[in-house]
Design a protein around this ligand. Structure first.
Ligand code: 5CA
Ligand code: ZN
Length: 411
């Protein structure tokens, strides 16, 4: 499916080589270099299930990976970015039934809203934006590449035997009881009778009354959730991609399962790094569709909030931290946006070389966006306080805010 419009990305002056990007790899728990030394970086980020889009948790995750994308591009790499849309899955179908809306219409309208929100937030679109429905053949092709013992039937449903991947569990490192408990709360069915192991996951679900289904070598039905991302990522990006990303709620079971499935199907590693953004909450509770405690990007935009202030409010938090959305955080971001616009609107200011190096250095160091914002605050406050006669300074800082941080200061 089509993604959204690619924004203009200014180029910014570079006088010396920029540092390689380093990110926390959930698989090892360490901060490691991410992306190749040259050529094309390959990243897959789990996309939305299209209902109740786009809340601040979604926005935070996509803005986080947009920083990765922007850093790599500035560093001279090409970026091949794939994102899925889970446009057929239990929660989407349940919402469609509950509201009496056709499931395809619900998905299409929410995907369109998401595109508008991403455009407003100046997020660079993925190069491949792929719905689960359009990837059904990729899913069955991946299942057919699996050794026979990896798949088995319970009634007419097909399961993946997670222990055919000897490294299963190494990403999330959960003890078995915790893994089973979490799996039950995130779409798994550990108690189903007939499974070889409680954590084995559904890869092809037989048709149920009133639900959409497709014909396949596994019978009439639809794909399970995890295999959708394994198949789309592997088809569009190949083996051993640089980064598999998403929010930290996807570490287990979703990323553990999808990487095991891809590894068993291809015999190759799935990703070098697994990178996870923290959870955004509201009043201390995770913001989630199931709890209904949502702050929507589109509602704020409709109320006149500048999307660049929303983006700054997100980036004021380190991507790995869990934090709560607040009115005060948004007000501080609006104030910061005013400061930056005021200083970069001037005809001259302080030279930008130092602040550009600081912003790049902060981002390269495990995406320290708060430190990058503080560097621009420092330049802006000093420029407003003492002036400065560099006629390129304000323009260079505005270009860096846009290219590296996705903050457009010109209107
Ligand atoms: N379609 C699947 C992924 S294949 C899915 O998780 N969809 S979602 O709509 O529930 O979430 C979309 C993305 O937003 C995921 O990367 C998820 O980790 C992230 N996300 C969801 N809620 C939050 C939250 N409260 N804070 C931060 N990120 C979140
Ligand atoms: Zn996914």
């Amino acid at each position: 499916m089509h993604a959204w419009t690619t924004p203009a990305i200014p180029t910014i002056p570079r006088t010396e080589p920029t540092p390689r990007l380093r990110l926390t790899n959930t698989a090892t728990g360490s901060i490691e270099e991410a992306g190749p030394t040259g050529g094309t970086a390959r990243i897959y980020v789990c996309g939305i299930t299209p209902y109740d889009a786009t809340h601040m948790g979604h926005a935070n995750t996509y803005v986080t990976f947009d920083l990765v994308n922007r850093y790599w591009r500035d560093h001279g790499l090409a970026v091949d970015y794939t994102q899925n849309v889970t446009d057929v899955d239990d929660p989407l179908l349940e919402r469609a039934t509950a509201t009496g809306v056709d499931w395809t219409e619900l998905a299409l309208s929410q995907i369109e809203l998401f595109r508008t929100d991403m455009t407003a937030l100046n997020v660079i679109p993925p190069s491949n934006y792929i719905g689960a429905v359009e990837a059904i053949d990729l899913v069955t092709a991946m299942l057919q590449r699996m050794p026979e013992q990896a798949l088995y039937r319970v009634d007419n449903d097909w399961y993946f035997d997670v222990h055919t991947d000897p490294a299963f569990g190494s990403l999330s490192k959960l003890d078995p009881a915790t893994a089973i408990r979490i799996s039950a709360s995130r779409g798994g069915d550990p108690d189903r009778v007939g499974k070889r192991h409680p954590l084995d996951c559904l890869v092809w679900q037989a048709e149920r009354d009133g639900e959409p289904s497709w014909d396949s070598p596994y019978g009439v039905g639809r794909p399970g959730w995890h295999i959708e991302c394994a198949a789309i990522a592997n088809h569009y990006l190949g083996n051993e991609i640089d980064v598999q990303g998403g929010g930290s709620d996807l570490v287990f079971p979703h990323h553990e399962m999808s990487s095991a499935e891809a590894k068993v199907a291809t015999g190759e590693p799935f990703a070098r790094s697994y990178v996870h953004a923290g959870m955004v909450g509201l009043n201390g509770l995770k913001m989630s569709k199931s709890k209904g405690n949502l702050v929507l990007v589109s509602k704020l935009r409709a109320a006149g909030t500048d999307p660049m202030a929303i983006r700054l409010a997100l980036q004021a938090n380190h991507y790995r931290s869990d934090w709560s959305w607040t009115d005060e955080g948004l007000a501080a971001a609006e104030e910061r946006l005013r400061l930056w616009r005021h200083a970069t609107d001037l005809d001259s200011g302080l030279n930008a070389a130092g602040v550009l190096a600081e912003v790049r250095g902060a981002l390269a160091d495990d995406l320290n966006a708060p430190a990058a914002l503080a560097a621009i605050d420092g330049w802006a406050s000093a420029t407003l306080a003492v002036g400065g006669d560099d006629t390129d300074g304000p323009r260079d800082v505005a270009a860096a805010a846009d290219a590296l941080l996705g903050i457009k200061l010109t209107r």
